[in-house]
Write a protein that binds this ligand. Sequence first.
Ligand SMILES: [Zn+2]
Length: 239
Amino acid sequence: MRLVYPPICAGCGIMTGDHAALCAVCWQSVRFIERPYCEITGAPFDHDRGEGLVSPEAIARPPAYGKARAAVFYDGVARKIAQGLKYSDRADLAEMMAAWMVRAGRDVIDDSDVIIAVPLHRRRLFSRHYNQSAELARAVARLSGKRFLPAGLHRVRATERQVGLGLRARQDNVRGAFRTPETQKARLFGVRILLVDDVLTTGATVEAATRALKRGGAGEVNVLTFARVARSGEETLYA
Ligand SMILES: [Zn+2]
Protein backbone atom coordinates (compact mmCIF):
# COMPACT_ATOMS: atom_id res chain seq x y z
CA MET A 1 0.00 0.00 0.00
CA ARG A 2 2.76 2.43 0.88
CA LEU A 3 4.32 2.03 -2.51
CA VAL A 4 1.09 2.60 -4.37
CA TYR A 5 -0.72 5.35 -2.47
CA PRO A 6 0.85 8.70 -1.65
CA PRO A 7 0.32 9.83 1.96
CA ILE A 8 -2.39 12.38 1.25
CA CYS A 9 -5.59 13.03 3.18
CA ALA A 10 -8.63 11.51 1.46
CA GLY A 11 -10.69 14.50 2.64
CA CYS A 12 -8.63 17.54 1.64
CA GLY A 13 -5.55 16.24 -0.19
CA ILE A 14 -2.84 17.61 2.12
CA MET A 15 0.11 15.41 2.95
CA THR A 16 -0.31 13.30 6.06
CA GLY A 17 3.01 12.30 7.59
CA ASP A 18 2.21 8.77 8.62
CA HIS A 19 0.15 7.46 5.71
CA ALA A 20 -3.04 8.01 7.67
CA ALA A 21 -6.01 8.18 5.31
CA LEU A 22 -7.27 11.40 6.93
CA CYS A 23 -5.63 14.49 8.43
CA ALA A 24 -6.64 15.53 11.97
CA VAL A 25 -8.89 18.36 10.75
CA CYS A 26 -10.88 16.16 8.35
CA TRP A 27 -11.10 13.38 10.93
CA GLN A 28 -12.73 15.76 13.39
CA SER A 29 -15.30 16.89 10.82
CA VAL A 30 -16.71 13.39 10.23
CA ARG A 31 -20.20 12.99 11.71
CA PHE A 32 -20.36 9.54 13.26
CA ILE A 33 -23.82 8.09 13.85
CA GLU A 34 -24.57 7.34 17.49
CA ARG A 35 -27.63 6.24 19.40
CA PRO A 36 -30.40 7.16 19.85
CA TYR A 37 -31.63 5.94 16.48
CA CYS A 38 -34.42 3.65 15.31
CA GLU A 39 -33.38 0.17 16.39
CA ILE A 40 -34.76 -1.27 13.12
CA THR A 41 -33.85 1.16 10.34
CA GLY A 42 -30.94 2.86 12.12
CA ALA A 43 -32.37 6.27 11.18
CA PRO A 44 -31.19 8.84 13.77
CA PHE A 45 -33.97 10.58 15.70
CA ASP A 46 -34.31 14.34 15.36
CA HIS A 47 -35.11 14.61 19.04
CA ASP A 48 -33.81 12.42 21.80
CA ARG A 49 -36.59 9.87 22.16
CA GLY A 50 -34.46 7.61 24.30
CA GLU A 51 -32.64 4.43 23.38
CA GLY A 52 -34.12 1.11 22.34
CA LEU A 53 -36.98 2.67 20.39
CA VAL A 54 -38.42 1.97 16.95
CA SER A 55 -39.44 4.78 14.58
CA PRO A 56 -43.09 5.21 13.47
CA GLU A 57 -41.89 4.71 9.88
CA ALA A 58 -40.47 1.26 10.70
CA ILE A 59 -43.72 0.28 12.43
CA ALA A 60 -45.89 1.52 9.55
CA ARG A 61 -43.74 -0.11 6.85
CA PRO A 62 -41.52 -2.81 8.35
CA PRO A 63 -38.49 -3.43 6.12
CA ALA A 64 -37.62 -6.93 4.88
CA TYR A 65 -34.28 -6.73 6.69
CA GLY A 66 -34.02 -7.07 10.46
CA LYS A 67 -31.81 -4.09 11.35
CA ALA A 68 -29.76 -1.54 9.43
CA ARG A 69 -26.70 0.26 10.78
CA ALA A 70 -24.32 2.84 9.30
CA ALA A 71 -21.07 4.37 10.53
CA VAL A 72 -21.35 7.99 9.36
CA PHE A 73 -23.59 10.56 7.74
CA TYR A 74 -23.11 10.88 3.99
CA ASP A 75 -21.79 14.43 3.78
CA GLY A 76 -18.55 16.43 3.71
CA VAL A 77 -15.44 14.34 4.20
CA ALA A 78 -17.37 11.06 4.55
CA ARG A 79 -18.89 11.64 1.13
CA LYS A 80 -15.44 12.29 -0.36
CA ILE A 81 -14.14 9.09 1.20
CA ALA A 82 -17.05 7.05 -0.20
CA GLN A 83 -16.55 8.55 -3.64
CA GLY A 84 -12.79 8.04 -3.39
CA LEU A 85 -13.34 4.34 -2.85
CA LYS A 86 -15.93 4.17 -5.62
CA TYR A 87 -14.37 6.18 -8.41
CA SER A 88 -10.70 6.79 -7.64
CA ASP A 89 -9.46 3.26 -7.01
CA ARG A 90 -8.40 4.18 -3.50
CA ALA A 91 -8.83 0.67 -2.16
CA ASP A 92 -6.59 1.67 0.77
CA LEU A 93 -9.59 3.55 2.19
CA ALA A 94 -11.60 0.34 2.60
CA GLU A 95 -9.64 -0.69 5.68
CA MET A 96 -10.38 2.54 7.54
CA MET A 97 -14.02 2.61 6.43
CA ALA A 98 -14.50 -1.01 7.49
CA ALA A 99 -13.03 -0.28 10.94
CA TRP A 100 -15.65 2.44 11.42
CA MET A 101 -18.36 0.06 10.19
CA VAL A 102 -17.31 -2.66 12.64
CA ARG A 103 -17.58 -0.18 15.49
CA ALA A 104 -21.03 1.06 14.41
CA GLY A 105 -22.35 -2.39 13.50
CA ARG A 106 -21.29 -4.46 16.48
CA ASP A 107 -24.83 -5.74 17.12
CA VAL A 108 -25.64 -6.69 13.51
CA ILE A 109 -22.22 -8.31 13.06
CA ASP A 110 -22.75 -10.43 16.19
CA ASP A 111 -26.16 -11.50 14.83
CA SER A 112 -24.73 -12.70 11.49
CA ASP A 113 -23.12 -15.89 10.21
CA VAL A 114 -21.82 -14.71 6.83
CA ILE A 115 -21.21 -11.39 5.05
CA ILE A 116 -22.46 -10.65 1.54
CA ALA A 117 -21.90 -7.46 -0.49
CA VAL A 118 -24.49 -5.72 -2.65
CA PRO A 119 -23.20 -6.77 -6.09
CA LEU A 120 -22.60 -4.72 -9.22
CA HIS A 121 -23.81 -5.94 -12.58
CA ARG A 122 -20.87 -7.54 -14.36
CA ARG A 123 -20.93 -4.88 -17.07
CA ARG A 124 -20.37 -2.14 -14.50
CA LEU A 125 -17.87 -4.30 -12.66
CA PHE A 126 -15.92 -4.57 -15.89
CA SER A 127 -15.79 -0.81 -16.45
CA ARG A 128 -14.96 0.02 -12.85
CA HIS A 129 -12.57 -2.88 -12.13
CA TYR A 130 -13.87 -3.58 -8.65
CA ASN A 131 -16.98 -3.46 -6.52
CA GLN A 132 -16.57 -0.95 -3.68
CA SER A 133 -19.15 -2.76 -1.55
CA ALA A 134 -17.26 -6.03 -1.91
CA GLU A 135 -14.05 -4.26 -0.83
CA LEU A 136 -15.85 -3.07 2.31
CA ALA A 137 -17.47 -6.46 2.94
CA ARG A 138 -14.14 -8.26 2.63
CA ALA A 139 -12.48 -5.84 5.06
CA VAL A 140 -15.38 -6.05 7.56
CA ALA A 141 -15.17 -9.86 7.40
CA ARG A 142 -11.43 -9.77 8.03
CA LEU A 143 -11.75 -7.39 10.99
CA SER A 144 -14.70 -9.22 12.57
CA GLY A 145 -13.64 -12.81 11.91
CA LYS A 146 -16.81 -13.54 9.92
CA ARG A 147 -16.93 -15.38 6.62
CA PHE A 148 -17.29 -13.37 3.39
CA LEU A 149 -19.38 -15.05 0.71
CA PRO A 150 -18.41 -13.31 -2.57
CA ALA A 151 -20.83 -15.19 -4.83
CA GLY A 152 -23.88 -15.22 -2.56
CA LEU A 153 -25.89 -12.70 -4.56
CA HIS A 154 -25.93 -11.69 -8.23
CA ARG A 155 -27.19 -8.56 -9.92
CA VAL A 156 -29.04 -10.04 -12.86
CA ARG A 157 -30.30 -6.80 -14.32
CA ALA A 158 -28.18 -3.74 -15.08
CA THR A 159 -30.04 -0.95 -13.29
CA GLU A 160 -30.08 2.73 -14.01
CA ARG A 161 -27.89 4.84 -11.78
CA GLN A 162 -29.91 5.60 -8.64
CA VAL A 163 -28.48 9.10 -8.30
CA GLY A 164 -31.21 11.73 -8.42
CA LEU A 165 -34.09 9.25 -8.31
CA GLY A 166 -36.78 9.40 -5.61
CA LEU A 167 -37.91 6.46 -3.49
CA ARG A 168 -40.60 5.15 -5.85
CA ALA A 169 -38.35 5.37 -8.90
CA ARG A 170 -35.56 3.63 -7.01
CA GLN A 171 -37.90 0.83 -5.96
CA ASP A 172 -38.99 0.31 -9.57
CA ASN A 173 -35.37 0.50 -10.70
CA VAL A 174 -34.10 -2.31 -8.47
CA ARG A 175 -37.14 -4.59 -8.55
CA GLY A 176 -36.01 -8.03 -9.70
CA ALA A 177 -32.43 -6.83 -10.04
CA PHE A 178 -30.96 -9.39 -7.63
CA ARG A 179 -30.97 -13.17 -7.49
CA THR A 180 -29.27 -15.84 -5.42
CA PRO A 181 -27.48 -18.33 -7.69
CA GLU A 182 -28.83 -21.90 -7.56
CA THR A 183 -25.36 -23.13 -6.62
CA GLN A 184 -25.42 -20.98 -3.45
CA LYS A 185 -28.87 -21.89 -2.15
CA ALA A 186 -27.74 -24.83 0.00
CA ARG A 187 -25.07 -22.58 1.51
CA LEU A 188 -27.56 -19.78 2.25
CA PHE A 189 -30.36 -21.90 3.69
CA GLY A 190 -31.38 -20.63 7.12
CA VAL A 191 -28.15 -18.67 7.45
CA ARG A 192 -28.08 -15.21 9.07
CA ILE A 193 -26.63 -12.73 6.62
CA LEU A 194 -25.00 -9.35 6.99
CA LEU A 195 -25.56 -7.41 3.78
CA VAL A 196 -22.91 -4.73 3.17
CA ASP A 197 -23.19 -1.66 0.94
CA ASP A 198 -21.32 1.64 0.77
CA VAL A 199 -24.15 4.19 1.09
CA LEU A 200 -27.77 3.85 2.20
CA THR A 201 -30.07 6.44 0.68
CA THR A 202 -33.74 5.45 0.43
CA GLY A 203 -33.06 1.82 1.36
CA ALA A 204 -34.62 0.56 -1.91
CA THR A 205 -31.46 -1.30 -2.96
CA VAL A 206 -30.89 -3.16 0.31
CA GLU A 207 -34.61 -3.93 0.48
CA ALA A 208 -34.54 -5.56 -2.98
CA ALA A 209 -31.32 -7.43 -2.18
CA THR A 210 -32.76 -8.65 1.14
CA ARG A 211 -35.88 -9.99 -0.57
CA ALA A 212 -33.73 -11.86 -3.10
CA LEU A 213 -31.64 -13.42 -0.32
CA LYS A 214 -34.77 -14.52 1.54
CA ARG A 215 -36.27 -15.98 -1.63
CA GLY A 216 -33.00 -17.88 -1.90
CA GLY A 217 -33.60 -19.41 1.53
CA ALA A 218 -31.60 -17.09 3.80
CA GLY A 219 -32.69 -16.65 7.42
CA GLU A 220 -32.46 -13.19 8.90
CA VAL A 221 -30.77 -10.44 6.89
CA ASN A 222 -29.23 -7.39 8.56
CA VAL A 223 -27.64 -4.43 6.81
CA LEU A 224 -24.42 -2.52 7.42
CA THR A 225 -23.36 0.45 5.31
CA PHE A 226 -20.47 2.87 5.55
CA ALA A 227 -22.70 5.94 5.31
CA ARG A 228 -26.33 6.91 5.21
CA VAL A 229 -28.15 10.00 3.99
CA ALA A 230 -29.39 11.99 6.99
CA ARG A 231 -33.07 11.80 6.04
CA SER A 232 -35.04 10.72 3.02
CA GLY A 233 -35.35 13.46 0.42
CA GLU A 234 -31.82 14.69 1.09
CA GLU A 235 -30.21 12.19 -1.25
CA THR A 236 -30.69 14.53 -4.21
CA LEU A 237 -28.65 17.18 -2.38
CA TYR A 238 -25.72 14.82 -2.34
CA ALA A 239 -26.22 13.17 -5.69
ZN1 LIG B 1 -7.75 16.54 5.45
